[in-house]
Design a protein around this ligand. Structure first.
Ligand code: AHR
Length: 331
């Protein structure tokens, strides 16, 4: 069934991977790119043919994740990669998965934009006997054994960590919650973990900012009007929190003081906002796990045993973070 109740928590295990600049083209129905070796030669014969469907490019986290995937799934590492960007649309992602079946890839990897709605295409992939490596987000499906393994963060634990900091530091907080893409594993589980920890009675309202800066800003503008008593924002990612800063300042309030801001991700811009005292607490969600995806794909292709799930470990940062830490950040 689905991968949902994940409570493993721990310290950071950041994996340093250098990013390669690779080409992509774009259209409304998503974009697909064929990755080539930097030398331009054909080193792909005998390599594992992989179709990777990325859900979009909505956030700094996603950009870093894509760079990590492309840096690891290279011809030199034995992979012949077709990469597709679904632009946050499930229909684009389903089309890409069907294209991968038609292309006869050896392994499919994808990061599902939402949890439900995959039954049909997952069954088609299964019928084609193509192993699936699930990346980052989870699926909720009736298909039996729809994927070989899943690698991602414990979103529920991230929400709990954020909630525990709020309970400890602002026990009387009046909270507005900026949700990620509705129906995504990251939204569903972060919200469940956070809300259960702080208690529903502390949450004045919620709205989705779809994990983007622009939509986070717009949702925060409306929330500032609707909930004038709000004094704490929990944003499901840094980008929405950064958009909210703009809305808060435009409303004549001071982010980090008048409105305490707690976010998830820990991309460089988010941690800079922490150094600048505009964010108050950031729970990390580490996007750099391309090497683990490579390992899972290789094992899936070879039919080797592997764990059903692998949790990418996170840490958390408060305002004691230094500029040196931010400057050393890989993403
Ligand atoms: O699924 C991971 C989430 O997706 C990240 O927290 C967010 O920034 C991204 O859009």
């Amino acid at each position: 069934m689905l991968t949902r109740s994940r409570r493993t928590r721990g310290v950071a295990a950041a994996i340093a991977v250098l990013a390669l600049g690779l080409t992509a083209c774009s259209s409304d129905s998503g974009s697909e790119s064929k990755e080539t070796s930097p030398a331009g030669g054909d080193v792909t014969s005998g390599n594992i043919k992989v179709g990777f469907s990325q859900l979009g490019a909505e956030s700094g986290w996603r950009t870093a994740n894509t760079e990590s995937v492309k840096a690891s799934l290279t011809a030199e590492n034995g992979i012949d990669l077709t990469f597709s960007d679904a632009q946050q649309k499930q229909e684009n992602q389903i089309k890409a998965l069907r294209d991968f079946i038609d292309q006869g890839v050896d392994v499919i990897a994808f990061s599902p934009v939402v949890e439900t709605g995959w039954d049909e295409v997952l069954q088609e992939i299964k019928d084609a006997e193509i192993p699936v490596v699930l990346v980052d987000r989870t699926v909720d499906t009736h298909v039996v054994d729809p994927y070989v393994t899943w690698i991602g963060a414990d979103f529920e634990a991230e929400g709990i960590t954020a909630g525990e900091w709020v309970v400890e530091n602002y026990p009387d907080a009046k909270i507005f919650e900026l949700q990620g893409t509705l129906g995504s594993g990251a939204q569903v589980d972060r919200e469940a973990g956070f809300d259960a920890t702080v208690g529903e009675s502390h949450i004045l309202g919620k709205a989705s900012g779809n994990f983007t800066r622009a939509e986070g800003k717009a949702a925060m503008e409306a929330a500032l009007q609707a909930y004038p008593d709000m004094n704490l924002l929990f944003a499901h990612n840094d980008d929405m929190g950064l958009g909210a800063i703009e809305a808060i300042e435009a409303a004549g309030k001071v982010p980090g003081k008048d409105i305490i801001i707690v976010t998830v991700d820990g991309v460089r811009d988010g941690l800079q906002a922490l150094v600048d005292k505009k964010f108050n607490y950031v729970v990390e969600c580490n996007p750099v796990f391309g090497d683990q995806i490579l390992d899972a794909i290789t094992k899936a292709h070879n039919g080797e045993q592997q764990p059903r799930k692998t949790i990418v470990l996170d840490q958390a940062f408060d305002q004691t973070i230094t500029q040196a830490v931010v400057d050393a950040r890989l993403y």
